[in-house]
Design a protein around this ligand. Structure first.
Ligand code: MG
Length: 161
């Protein structure tokens, strides 16, 4: 009986000068952006790993290695779509996604709806099935000093009968 599966994903990227800030597939105006091999979209990376984990597939680092020049400056929406193709090939569909963005700066409350809509379109659910929460780190550690942004995501899959 394979009705439902849950998966968790986590990611963190440093904030650096001279980079675009892309969160959940949305570009957000900010003095600094996330540093990484791809566009460093910390939210899409966590969501991708949650979906892959729920489906029992290899993680994002195995599927899209950052040592592969093909993924240099990659659009993480393309990576998530590729992961969803593999999830669907295993006969799973997304039921819902819940996530927390851990960010001291910038304030993300004005962008939560657009981020949810962006992720919903990528994973094939209604925007109401994607919950986006933004939390500060109460000034503690590298997240609290605004030197990094992290994301924790949970994905719930149901079997395609
Ligand atoms: Mg990442």
């Amino acid at each position: 009986m394979r009705s439902y599966r849950v998966g968790i994903g986590y990611d963190i990227h440093r904030l650096a000068d001279g980079r675009r800030l892309v969160i959940g597939g949305i570009e957000i105006p900010h003095a600094r952006g996330l540093l990484g091999h791809s566009d460093a979209d910390v939210v899409l990376h966590a969501v991708t790993d949650a979906l892959l984990g729920a489906a029992g597939l290899p993680d994002i680092g195995e599927l899209f290695p950052d040592t592969d020049p093909a993924y240099r400056d990659a659009d993480s929406r393309v990576l998530l779509r590729g992961a969803m193709e593999r999830v669907r090939a295993q006969r799973w569909m997304t039921n819902n996604v819940d996530l927390i963005v851990h960010a001291e700066v910038p304030k993300l409350s004005a962008y939560k709806r657009r981020i949810a809509e962006s992720i919903a379109a990528l994973v094939g659910v209604a925007p109401e099935a994607v919950s986006v929460k933004a939390k500060t780190n109460e000034g503690l550690g590298p997240l609290g000093s605004g030197d990094a942004i992290a994301c924790t995501a949970v994905a719930f899959l149901k079997a395609i009968e």
